[in-house]
Ligand binder design. Structure first.
Ligand SMILES: [Zn+2]
Length: 178
């Protein structure tokens, strides 16, 4: 399944009771995000820099003093850095926290690291996104039409116009398998 992907696990799982176990519920959709932080794009370099970025996002998401976060783990299931590395965030045993409330049900969260409000993501990160989406869709039998962007679920600019247009094209193509 993951062969050919530069794939690394960032840390051991720290999920707790604030996350819901998926308990056999099938994944039925995938939602694409950007991290909206230009600082996250410093990771064209080493894997260590990308892991440090993930840990920073994880700390924000798990901060018990933050009323809008304080979750059981990083909210996204997968994260992709500008050089195309795919990293696992929250394990797929757990419901994500990336699209607010019931929108998270059976919904896999994928986040591209960087702020794409005004720019397009790198070609390498989009190649990896395509491979990841194709793989997840095959694995869980998810139709291309069920690949969404964050702003289709809640009022947000995420993931920016360029990545939104990419996802719309991906859906139209029916995402031929590589
Ligand atoms: Zn988002």
């Amino acid at each position: 399944m993951w062969r050919g992907m530069r794939y690394a696990r960032s840390r051991s799982s720290t999920s707790d009771c604030r996350s819901s176990r998926t308990s056999g519920a099938r994944w039925s959709r995938i939602t694409v995000h950007h991290s909206a932080d230009v600082e996250d794009e410093g990771s064209f370099g080493s894997l260590g820099e990308t892991v440090a970025t993930l840990q920073r996002i994880q700390r924000v998401h798990m901060d018990p003093g933050d009323p809008s976060h304080g979750w059981g783990d990083i909210g996204y299931h997968f994260l992709i850095d500008p050089s195309g590395r795919i990293l696992e965030g929250r394990q797929l045993d757990w419901q994500g926290a990336h699209a607010r409330g019931v929108n998270n049900r059976t919904n896999i969260g994928v986040c591209l690291l960087g702020d794409f409000s005004r720019r397009a993501p790198s070609a390498a990160s989009l190649d990896s996104l395509q491979r990841l989406l194709d793989d997840l869709r095959e694995r869980f039998d998810i139709p291309a039409t069920r690949v969404l962007v964050h702003k289709e679920l809640v009022a947000t600019a995420c993931p920016g116009p360029s990545l939104t247009a990419w996802v719309e094209r991906y859906r139209k193509r029916g995402a031929p398998r590589p």
